[in-house]
Design a protein around this ligand. Sequence first.
Ligand code: MLT
Length: 408
Amino acid sequence: MTTINDNYLKLKAGYLFPEIARRVKTFADSNSDAQIIKLGIGDVTEPLPEACRTAMIKAVEDMGDRATFKGYGPEQGYGWLREKIAKHDFQARNCDIDASEIFVSDGAKCDTGNILDIFGKNNKIAVTDPVYPVYVDTNVMAGHTGNANGNGEYDGLVYLPISAENNFVADIPRQNVDLIYLCFPNNPTGATATKDYLKAWVDYAKENGSIIFFDAAYEAFITDESLPHSIYEIEGAKDCAIEFRSFSKNAGFTGTRCALTVVPKTLTAKASDGSDVELWKLWNRRQSTKFNGVSYIVQRGAEAVYSEEGKAQVKELVSFYLENAQIICDQLKGAGFEVYGGVNAPYIWLKTPNNLSSWDFFDKLLQTAHVVGTPGSGFGAAGEGYFRISAFNSRENVEEAMKRITGS
Ligand code: MLT
C-alpha cells in the first residue's frame, strides 16, 4: 500500500496566496465588470531593468554558438556571478563573505524551505507571529510540528509575537530555541531591524548554539543608512546565521527566478554523536544532489544588476515602489487608518477599521472597492485584525486603489 507524507494533512486549507486567488476568481466570475486591483501578493509589475534584458539577450546568443554554448552549469552558480554578489552585496558593506560561501538558486522561498533538509528533526524552531507563511508550512511538511490549534498555531513551534507594542520586532526569547527565522525588512509588517537589535539576536544565538535564518529578500528597500542590509554586518553572525536573498523584489525577477543563499564556511551544527559538522558542506551536498543550478541566461541577467547601469536601473525601480508605498501610507493615514511599515519596505500593515476580522475586511474591500490585499490572519494568529497592502503595482493602480478605499 502506498502511503503519503501525513504531515501534509496538518496544513491549513491552502497556501495563503492561492487561497486569495481562489476568492478573487470567485468574485470576478460573478462580477465581470469589476476592475479589480491586486495589492495582495508581493509580485512586481514593472518591466525588467534594461541592463538585465540586454545581458539575457546576449546570453541567448551565446547559447546559439557552439563556442560559447553552456550545458549544465556549476550547481552553486557561476563564479562570475558569485564574485559580483560577494563584492557588491557583502564586501562593500564590510561583511567578510567570500564568493565560495554563496549558493545561487531559483528562489529565496525555495531555499528557506529546502534548507530544512540539512537540519535534524528535533530542533526547537522559533518564528515570529505574524510571519511569512512559508517558514511555518515547510516545517509542518517536514514533520517538525504537531497539529494546529483553532488559531492555526502549530504544536511544537515557538511563536514570538510581534505587534505595535514591540514595534513589530520580537523580544529575544527567554527559552532556548535552535532555529530562528528573522525577516528584515519584514514581510508582512514592513518593520525594520537596527544593528543593535540584530546584535542581540547574534549574541543570543552564539550563547545558545542556535542558527538564525535571516531572510533579507527586501534589503534593497532600505533607505535609512543606519539600518543593516545583511546580518553579516553584525560581528559574530558568520558563526550563527544563514542569509537568504533574492533578485525578485529589487530587479523584478519574480518570474525570471534568481536568488542566493549564504552559508558561511565557519558555520557548524551538531551531529547526533555530538561532533561539529560544517553546514556549508551539507548544503553543498544537498544542492549538488537535488538541484542543477539556475539557467546561464538568467544568471547573466542577474550579473547585470551589478553593472553601473544595472545598479542605477534597480535603484529607480525600488524608488518607484517605495513612492507607491509612501502614497499608500499617506492616503490611508489621511483617511484615519492606523498604518505601519511602508518606509524602507514595500509592505504596508494596517489595523482593520471597526475591529473587523482580517478576512471580513478582505471581503469588504474586494466587494466595495474591488481592491485585493492580504488578510493579516493569513500570516499567523497575531495577524488577526490586520491587513497587508503591497506597494508592487503601477502608479495608476495604486492611486486608483487609494481613491476607492478612502473615497477621496
Ligand atoms: C508575498 O506576497 O508575501 C511574497 O510575494 C511572497 C513571496 O515572495 O514568495
